[in-house]
Structures are given as C-alpha cells and as structure tokens.
Ligand binder design. Sequence first.
Ligand SMILES: C[S@@+](CC[C@H](N)C(=O)[O-])C[C@H]1O[C@@H](n2cnc3c(N)ncnc32)[C@H](O)[C@@H]1O
Length: 275
Amino acid sequence: MGLPDEKPWMPDDGNTNGPNLARVYNALGGGTHTFGADREMANRLLAVEPELAYWVRSNRAFLARSARFVFGSGIRQVLDVGAGLLAPGSVHELAAQVAPDAQVVYLDLDPVVVAQANDILRGQPRVVAARGDLREPAEMLRVAVDAGLDLTRPVAILLVAVLHFVQDSDDPVGILARLRDAVPAGSYLVVSHASPPPTATPAGDQAKKEYSERTAPVALRTREQVERLFAGWELLEPGLVQPAFWRPEPEDLAEPADVERAKGTPAWVGVAVKS
Ligand SMILES: C[S@@+](CC[C@H](N)C(=O)[O-])C[C@H]1O[C@@H](n2cnc3c(N)ncnc32)[C@H](O)[C@@H]1O
C-alpha cells in the first residue's frame, strides 16, 4: 500500500510553528507531507543551493537501488534507521515488489515520523515503525528485536542520510562497531552520508548553517572520515562513491551533463557486508 494521495498527512505534534527536519527533507524531495514552515525553509534552502532537490532525489534513488540489491542478495530483514517520513519508494514498498516475505523495521528519533508511519502502515504485515535513537545502539537494537527482527539471521542495516546527524562526541565509529557485533555474518550495512561540498561556497555554508540552526546540527564528513565508519565491514564494489555512481541504471548517467551533476553531490554512499 502506498501513501494516501487524497491529502497530505498532517501530524498533530504540536510543532506547527517551526520547521521539522523530516518534513523539510520531504519537501526538498518534492513530498507533500509538510507544513508551511517546512516548505518556507525548503524554499529558502533551495534559494541558496538549488541543487539540494537533486541531491535529495539522488539519495532516495540510491536508497532504492541499494535496498533492491540487498533483497536480491537474499536479505529478508531490514532495519531502516532514520527512515524519515514514508514516501514513494520507501523500503516496505520495494520489499512488496521484490521480497514480499521480508520484514521491515523503521526506526526514527522523531515521533512525528513514527506517528506518520504508524498511521499509514496500520494493519500491514511485516512492517513496523518505532522510535529509536541511533546514538543508543543497544537500546535501538532491543526495540528492533521487539518489533520482530531476528538478530541471529542476517539483516540489512540502512543508515541513509542519518549518520551526519550523529556528532563525533557520540562516537559514530563505536556505534557502527556495536551494530556490526550484534548481527551475524552475511548482514549488510548501507550508508549514505553528507560531506563538505567539493568547493565551499558562501551559499553552501549558509545552507548548512540554516539547516543546523533550524532543524538539527549536521556533522559533514569527508570521504576518508566516512570510510573509517566501515571498519570491520567489507565494502562492496564500487566502494565509496557519490550516490548516482553506486550501481546506476544504464539510463541514469547517459549524458555527460548527468555525470558532471552527479560529481557535484556532496555525499558519499557505500554498501558493505559482514564476512
Ligand atoms: C534526512 S532524513 C533521511 C530519511 C531517509 N533515510 C532518506 O534517506 O530518505 C533523516 C532522518 O533521520 C532522523 N534522525 C536524526 N537523528 C537520528 C538519530 N539519532 N536516531 C534515529 N533517527 C535520527 C531524522 O528524524 C530524520 O527523519
């Protein structure tokens, strides 16, 4: 089942005055699950950095390709952390297409996200949404098990556009090590992580400042810093790349201009397996 299309889902979270991170991201991706404050902020961000909308689409397209890849590799359990608002192409929809027997657990820090997911998913089998904080991996895994994941069987952990909200002081390397130790061999790790733009511009700096101040602080990391997060995981081909270069469909990068645009995306993505 997809999203209700008759009207946008509007959470009654008491936070209608300010923008909300998940809703701003939804607005940037062309979604409609937003309030005026979210759209206003998305538009302001787009005014300083018009490529943001492409970057969000590119990230969502990577999410879809990598999820299809793990299902194609036989994975039947997915833990999607920092899942964000459900939108077309969310993991349970992909599972329904290619792995209908798969169990999907969505976790997010934001109660707005969890409420939206529960509203939409109500009654659907093999998909659960719950509150979970990546910075508390032990507690987060307990929630995932309660939600139906069997951590004695391989699982794909999706950390798509969420690790850059984990500050160095929260020890992201340690968090990933704990997740790695908690899952069996044959489990997958899917990461997409925002990075400093290849060339810093006043507009980019302003966008980051706005996003950090008005939604959540962002910890942009370089390619080398993101690579370090994969310690103990075996990074699969093509390694750590910008989103559009991760196993693209033939038509994705057909034009030289597509390739140039993709090269300007300030993010690194990768898929790894625990061997
Ligand atoms: C940019 S959205 C990404 C959504 C989706 N993964 C995607 O890539 O389309 C980031 C999401 O991470 C969530 N988030 C931020 N910090 C988190 C944390 N410590 N634990 C769990 N979720 C978190 C936010 O609430 C938000 O919904």
